[in-house]
Design a protein around this ligand. Structure first.
Ligand SMILES: [Zn+2]
Length: 245
């Protein structure tokens, strides 16, 4: 079998047997793949710290005809985010990103926009130390790239323009004005709507470098509701992630 070479982002890795690791990664060329890194748990493994979550790596792997898992032969770190995971909340933030990517990306379908989103968000957390803004940005763009983001400009029932007045939303993705809101809908402030529009226009690097904007927690919670709706299960990391500014 020919060896493949690709840039990749490590999503998760698990202990496998005595000495190996089972690794889920996003190959830039081939999409989400699972493979085995033989000997990765041995003390002097050639993989070193390259298999840590969200590591940006160059990876060499090959497929085995009769097996669903690829064999990872070599992995070199291009950029590590181990040091960025210095707080409990940063660990939760990286864990949330990998959990979402693992659940929303189909296997073997390249997704360069999600690849670049994961990398840009990891870098923003690493360089700014901010959590709420990069995670708000990541969840917004995950929903947008998945095609599940409803229009935030107008009431979905009567069509009223929502700019400057806030909206009401439900977990099914509905967006409503005050008059049309159904029972149980939750408020999204005018600030939350304005921030969402800004995050759709500007890069996370630029926003994080300037230290803002504040991402109201109700916005990220709404976006995580939409992601969970699509995944058809709850995000396990969500309850421990702190989104307050
Ligand atoms: Zn309305």
């Amino acid at each position: 079998m020919p060896v493949r070479e690709s840039e990749a982002i490590i999503l998760r890795s698990y202990a496998l047997g005595e000495a190996d690791r089972l690794v889920s990664f996003l190959s830039r060329n081939e999409g989400r793949i699972r493979g085995v890194a033989a000997g990765a748990r041995k003390p002097k493994s050639r993989f070193g710290a390259s298999l840590e979550p969200l590591s940006y790596v160059r990876m060499w792997y090959y497929e085995r005809e009769t097996r669903p898992l690829v064999r990872i032969s070599q992995c070199e770190i291009l950029e590590s985010f181990v040091i960025a995971q210095r707080s409990y909340n940063a660990i939760a933030a990286f864990g949330l990103m990998s959990e979402i990517a693992e659940n929303v990306l189909p296997e073997h379908e390249p997704s360069d926009p999600v690849f670049r989103l994961l990398l840009a968000t990891s870098r923003a957390i690493s360089t700014s130390g901010l959590i709420a803004l990069p995670i708000g940005y990541f969840t917004l763009w995950t929903v947008r790239l998945g095609g599940w983001l409803p229009s935030l400009d107008r009431c979905g029932t009567c069509g009223r323009d929502l700019a400057g007045q806030g909206a009401w939303v439900n977990a099914e993705g509905g967006v409503f004005c005050r008059d049309c809101r159904p029972g149980g809908a939750r408020a999204l402030s005018a600030e939350a709507l304005a921030t969402a529009h800004r995050m759709l226009r500007e890069s996370v690097e630029k926003l994080a470098a300037a230290g803002g904007p504040r991402v109201p927690p109700e916005l990220t919670n709404y976006l995580m509701d939409l992601i969970e709706q699509h995944m058809e299960k709850k995000l396990s990391v969500r309850p421990i992630l702190e989104l307050a500014p």
